[in-house]
Design a protein around this ligand. Structure first.
Ligand code: NAP
Length: 377
């Protein structure tokens, strides 16, 4: 087993060294038009007597304007078709991420200008239904997982089109619901800790100590075991609440050696690396624990240049890039059972409003996943 883990870590290193920046798609594609009323159910593709396929529909969540969870509507829309280099995936499950509700609420209008009506959702796991021209390496019927990129229509739907480069074979040991919990959170953790897409990272090494702020959430739940698999010691930081002791037990179960709340961070100093998933005041306080020459990465904006300079440290803003090759490596580690995947709650697509309310409210351990269709076979 130890040899297996060692082998997998060396595979991670090789893949990080070899990883290339993936093609990044910025133009909306596959936007579906509304053709029917809310809550209507989808129909199968219709085939004419000459065999030509005519318009098929699907069930999807859409928003027609920015707003609270109430703007999320279940509608029947045209099924998208894959363009050159794209695949059409029949979605079995869709993972829910904070960016989904932030875009829905209109908090990211400058960075992510969506075109209404818009289908939210990034993460998915499902079955390849159709491949577009020039697609190699996947075929209809393959089980894949991946991430649709903003501001295109997303994965809260029965079908989604995505670039081939943004998917990988689903981890064999996971069902679709758990596979859909992986893509954005695991890629973000990976890119922050190890890099691999050409952007700077913490370059975490065996024997170093990492502090993860926001350790119970989606990214935290992957960062802790990934860092431990790399041979680092991990201290988890959780938000103080009535469930603090359950949160601490959860983060320890992921492999953390120690768990503290934000106040408890002050007990540490000389930490090699900090991964901040919370931002603001909490991030500002974390500089005090970092050793001179250490590194702080944040998914919540650029850490202070002044603080970094004073300590001879590196401050890194993480912007996650979707990479099918990284998803392939992550699937490999999951299948070796080195990386646990925690779906805190699985909800029906129709319960998407509740899913957004819960994630916005906080207190989720790992991920919330929307079940879109029954697991095949
Ligand atoms: N820049 C990028 O490319 C990028 C990529 C992915 C994600 N992100 C952002 O990164 C952040 C983390 O993502 P995620 O998926 O891990 O989110 P998440 O699942 O919502 O987890 C957030 C974590 O932060 C904790 N937290 C919140 N406020 C806190 C506070 N004041 N003190 C201590 N802990 C606190 C939460 O604890 P409780 O649940 O107990 O509140 C939870 O553990 C999100 O804001 C997301 O939008 C950015």
């Amino acid at each position: 087993m130890l040899r297996q883990i060692g082998g997998s870590i060396s595979r991670i290193r090789t893949s990080i060294a070899n990883a290339v920046s993936p093609m990044r798609r910025t133009l909306p594609q596959g936007h579906a038009r509304c053709i029917a009323r809310e809550d209507e159910h989808p129909s199968d593709p219709k085939v004419t007597t000459r065999g030509a396929r005519v318009m098929a529909t699907m069930k999807a969540v859409r928003i027609h304007r920015y707003g609270g969870p109430e703007v999320l509507r279940i509608e029947t829309v045209d099924r998208p078709s894959p363009g050159r280099g794209d695949i059409l995936v029949r979605v079995i499950a869709a993972g829910v991420n904070p960016v989904d509700w932030k875009v829905r609420a209109g908090h990211m209008q400058a960075a992510v200008p969506v075109k209404f009506p818009w289908i939210p959702g990034g993460d998915f796991s499902g079955i390849v239904e159709e491949v577009g021209p020039s697609v190699r390496g996947v075929k209809p019927g393959d089980a894949v997982y991946g991430k649709a990129d903003l501001p295109a229509d997303g994965s809260y739907a029965e079908y989604v089109t995505v670039p081939r480069a943004h998917v990988a074979a689903k981890p064999h040991t996971l069902d679709h619901v758990h596979a859909a919990a992986v893509p954005l959170a695991a890629m973000t953790a990976w890119q922050a800790l190890f890099g691999g897409t050409g952007s700077p990272s913490l370059e975490l090494m065996p024997g170093q100590t990492l502090l993860v702020i926001g350790a119970t959430g989606g990214i935290g739940s992957f960062s802790v075991p990934l860092a431990v698999a790399r041979g680092a010691k991990v201290i988890g930081v959780v938000r103080r609440s009535r469930e603090s002791s359950e949160k601490a037990a959860y983060v320890r179960s992921l492999g953390a050696s120690d768990v503290v709340d934000v106040e408890g961070m002050s007990a540490y100093d000389g930490i090699d690396a900090v991964l901040d998933l919370v931002g603001g005041e909490v991030q500002a306080r974390a500089w005090a624990v970092l050793k001179d020459g250490g590194a702080m990465a944040s998914t919540m904006g650029e850490p202070s240049d002044d603080e970094a300079r004073q300590r001879g440290a590196r401050g890194l803003a993480i912007w996650t890039q979707t990479s099918g090759s990284q998803l392939e490596e992550i699937a490999g580690l999951i299948d070796l059972r080195n990386i646990p995947v925690h779906a805190d709650e699985v909800m029906r697509l129709e319960d998407v409003k509740k899913a957004h309310e819960r994630l916005e409210h906080g207190g989720v351990r790992g991920k919330i996943v929307l079940r879109v269709a029954r697991e095949p076979g």
